[in-house]
Design a protein around this ligand. Sequence first.
Ligand SMILES: O=C(CO)[C@@H](O)[C@H](O)[C@H](O)[C@H](O)COP(=O)(O)O
Ligand SMILES: [Zn+2]
Length: 197
Amino acid sequence: MNTLDHVKALFVESIAVKTEALPVLAAPIVRASQQLHACLQAGGKILACGNGGSAADAQHFSSELLNRFEVNRRGLAAIALTTDSSTLTSIANDDAYTRIFARQVEALGRAGDILLAISTSGDSPNVVQAIQSAHTLGISVIALTGKNGGIIANVLQETDCELRVPSMRTARIQEVHILLIHCLCSLLDESVQHSGN
Ligand SMILES: O=C(CO)[C@@H](O)[C@H](O)[C@H](O)[C@H](O)COP(=O)(O)O
Ligand SMILES: [Zn+2]
């Protein structure tokens, strides 16, 4: 394949995954945004985590809530658990890398908060452990996954919500994850404006 065809194939594949995701994920996205809005209105906060590109997604999401997305509205309570290198390295060094998010969930999380757990495979042990700690504290989970949902799909509870991208390729899944995050931000902008809160 020449390089132009390579680029074209990547675009075509990305568009195809988004087209396939729309009918599967539209209604769950609306439900997830309602869950987020209810949590924020009640004084809760959103904790976000993930590895690699998904760590960047967690930060992308929290900055759009804390600061702004497309309209001027109040700042919304969100924390990315991926940003504090002192905290991350000390937990990984003294305890285990698998505990880097769980420990922060246990320290910062309160019943009624929401954990946004991002993993394309659904198998990252540190994200799985964060979900388990969240459950222990009465924190529900919105999981952005892909592939077959992995371990995360099996540990989620009824009150949680999984948005699983129908693709087996990490990069394509991430491209839809960022679209899902922007959908959630857009719906939140609208709900916060309409409710005045
Ligand atoms: O961004 C990419 C690949 O596009 C990578 O950094 C990727 O996020 C990392 O390999 C992650 O460790 C994958 O973890 P996960 O999505 O399976 O939970
Ligand atoms: Zn990437």
